[in-house]
Write a protein that binds this ligand. Structure first.
Ligand code: GDP
Ligand code: MG
Length: 323
């Protein structure tokens, strides 16, 4: 990878240079340690900024319109003068091919706007199945000075929990339609969401969308405290109807969270979560590299049908470490 001198690199990043942003994120997603080191130096060099960013996680079943929502609502936010970065997180999928193509075409207009940067989900194969350095990409986007960072969950399963650990506000998109359709959303996700949006509230779907909104509000009434009570909106990515109302709600909600310090407490907890995640990942990587032979030996024992106790695994690995 061809890179400019460090200071020039930093300067270009501060000016939202698309090519440089792309290179920087690649350094983070790379499996090469020197790339990761350079990325960390960049992050460190940019670090002491006044962070005004807002990270919004967006989830919902495939086809609910997450990518289209980002294109539509992102364009609305851009009109308000916001600098926007978009990421996708997909820890479960082995083949993200479809989503990359889908995201690219769905976010075409948005991706061309100035001060907007879209990072498609990395192909996990290329990253040895890990490549979950999205939290660091987000840290860089914050440090550079993006105002709004949108994170789309691509896979199903783990990704919602991961995104929850990355965002200040968790938004769930729902299909218009009643009870049965809602079951597509896993239990617990609805409780995790701070804001619910019944999407595709346009054309023939308007009536169904309004009905869903009422049902959701009734359901939430029993599970939520009063501050969250009205957090169900209708939206259409085609008409952008309610974009103002949604954005006003978000601004007020965030302001409240900042006032009562929950916003900052949540970020601190997330930093701790990712530190924990990171050192474990690094340890695994380190051990699989430095103890390849031992691990291979143990594996061939298993293949032969031999029993290996946990204690043996630990002893073999630690014994070798202290040789
Ligand atoms: N009628 C209508 N269709 C939409 C809207 N948003 C997205 N769609 C359609 O829903 C489908 C899935 O959208 P996509 O953004 O790829 O969903 P994702 O899998 O959740 O990212 C596409 O065919 C979109 O054109 C909307 O606001 N109204
Ligand atoms: Mg999508």
């Amino acid at each position: 990878m061809k890179l400019p001198p460090f200071d020039e690199f930093i300067d270009k990043l501060k000016h939202f240079d698309r090519k440089m942003l792309s290179k920087a994120f690649t350094l983070n997603e790379s499996t090469l340690e020197i790339h990761n080191d350079l990325f960390d130096s960049i992050l460190n060099a940019l670090k002491p900024v006044e962070d005004q960013s807002l990270v919004i996680g967006i989830t919902g079943i495939p086809g609910v319109g997450k990518s289209t929502f980002i294109e539509s609502f992102g364009s609305y936010l851009h009109q308000l003068g916001k600098k926007i970065a978009v990421f996708a997180i997909d820890p479960s999928s082995q083949n993200t091919q479809g989503s990359i193509l889908g995201d690219k075409t769905r976010m075409e207009q948005l991706s061309r706007l100035p001060n907007v940067f879209i990072r498609p989900s990395p192909s996990s194969n290329q990253l040895g199945g890990l490549g979950l350095n999205t939290h660091k990409n987000i840290a860089l986007a914050k440090a550079i000075g993006f105002d709004i960072i949108l994170v789309e969950t691509v896979g199903v399963g783990q990704s919602e929990t991961m995104v929850k650990e990355l965002c200040d506000l968790f938004l769930l998109l729902m299909m218009p339609g009643s009870g049965d359709e809602l079951q597509g959303v896993k239990k617990g996700i609805m409780e995790m969401a701070n804001l619910l949006i019944v999407h595709k509230a346009d054309g023939e779907l308007i009536e169904a969308a309004e009905k869903s909104k009422k049902e959701l509000e009734a359901a939430l009434h029993y599970t939520r405290d009063h501050s969250d009570e009205n957090a169900v909106f209708l939206y259409s990515s085609l008409t952008q109807k309610n974009a103002d109302a949604i954005w006003n709600w978000i601004e007020r909600w965030i302001l409240n969270r900042k006032k009562n310090l929950d916003f900052y407490k949540n970020r601190k907890k997330q930093d701790e979560f990712w530190f924990d995640y990171e050192w474990k990942q690094l340890l695994i990587k380190h051990i699989s590299e430095t103890h390849r032979d031992t691990l291979n030996d143990l594996q061939s024992e298993i293949t032969k049908g031999n029993f290996i106790s946990r204690k043996q695994i630990i002893e073999r690995i630690l014994y070798q470490s202290y040789l």
